[in-house]
Design a protein around this ligand. Sequence first.
Ligand SMILES: [Zn+2]
Length: 256
Amino acid sequence: MTDQHQAATELTDEQLLRYSRNILLPEVDVAGQLALVNARVLVLGAGGLGSPILLYLAAAGVGHIRLADGDVVDETNLQRQIVHGMNTLGQPKTESARQQLQALNPDVQLECIEQALDEAGIAHWAQGCDAVVIGTDNFSSRYAANRVCKQLGIPLVSGAAIGLSGQVSVFDFRDPASPCFACLYPDGQDEQLNCSSSGVLGPVVGTIGCVQATETLKLLAGFGQSLTGQLLVLDAMDMSWQRFRFHRQPQCPVCG
Ligand SMILES: [Zn+2]
């Protein structure tokens, strides 16, 4: 925590009750829940990935969530973007998500950034965060978040989904030996294929978002082994998960 907010040193009775199913996990316990309550996370995108990410992080009691998105809620979003509803059509996605998340857990402090962040914006808003989670659908924001997180030493949780497939990886830059997104995708490609131009099945993108939320909670509460150095790939056609390991590239322009 690098800001002016005083970190909580113990959980209130209300929090002990609300988060009891987290706390009953020996891997989380009171100390892990306290870490979640004191954590600050930047979520880029409040769409198909961002919806389950935001809902589960807020439900789990992550104390401070910054969400950035420049879009407004459209009816074609609702097939997969489950944080939004008919009651917020036409509203900024940040505002729509804020209403839903506040209703779910008023304990969470939300900071809404009503724009798609460029690299300078990510660098600004990632300051003081314990993790950055990518819920956007383009490569350029991934490369930008990767450079920022590497520089700031903040873990980056990346996910993507299209059609009936998806993938997740974690870049834990608290560990200087962690490979980065550019080690995995070195070509500087910015493919235009996204959910607005092609189809995607709602629960497929939701599944990827749920894996990202799980990885984020693990990083924040400090348990388990993250997907650092691994790419997890889902193919919903036969519901297969494949795990690929990759390494830091010595010639990588970002971390080499
Ligand atoms: Zn790299």
